[in-house]
Design a protein around this ligand. Sequence first.
Ligand code: CUA
Length: 316
Amino acid sequence: MHSFFDPASPQARAVAGLWWWMFGVGMVIWFGVFAVAMYAARQPHGQRGPDDLEHVSPERHRRMERVVAGAVFATILILCAFLVYDFSIGSVLAMHPKRALTIDVVGHQWWWEITYEDPNPSKRVGTANEIHVPVGELVQFKLRAADVIHSIWAPNLGGKKDLIPGYVSTLWFKADTAGVYRGQCTEFCGMQHAQMAFYIVAEPPVKFAGWLAAGSIPNPPPTDSLLLHGRDVFMQRGCASCHSIGGTDARATVGPDLTHFKGRAAIAAGSLSNTRANLTRWIQNPSALKPGVRMPALELSPGEMNALVSYLETLK
Ligand code: CUA
């Protein structure tokens, strides 16, 4: 699910093609050098002179010079060919497509903030660590970093690109095969760098459009008393000072947007699958699961925890 060898976009295919060519040519050269070394080792020794060094005949010496010069020339030729091939792929990948779905991606320690901008602010969709994209359409990521340098890479689809504080860079690709592809931060960014994963969900355009449209519509407010209690815990016991939930007063942007939290497959940037048990463990003590994480542990009674988790589970 996270493999460079299984490209799902023309961009990743181009990079994989370059890799296979380099690998193939490299193998041919390796076997060639090995064969020549074996051949050389089996050659009869030259005469030892009075200085105890081997002396070869002038003809043999010239032949050896020609072989070495030929090998150097072939090396230069092969490296130049790969340089041209590499640049040609690099220039295609660096291109800025004129019309593409643009998704804002902000790297945080240690999660990914995802925003689908819309001229109409009420249609704006915020999510985290899970990026839905339509198959067959150009997608452009606008990349920024909130704290330190991060780097985004979903090996099946293309990339990788650094996210640099104070600078906007772009990365684009077109998924041509539907699927869920794992990606990973690839620039060391602190303690939980390894647990800064994300998923790209490539789905048919119609399904994507449905997901996006639903994303801007908040869940209806709870009516059940347990869920109402859970929402109060969320609002009053600290959660709302970092997170936002569409349709409520929680609008903070320090941590992930939780409007449709339950629609995501994982929590804590790919660290845990999104189950009730994991969510409870996570809220009880985030640092135990992800040392160094910014999210604090909250002192909640079992009743409050149950209500809070029950409420969060309804945010589909
Ligand atoms: Cu973010 Cu490594």
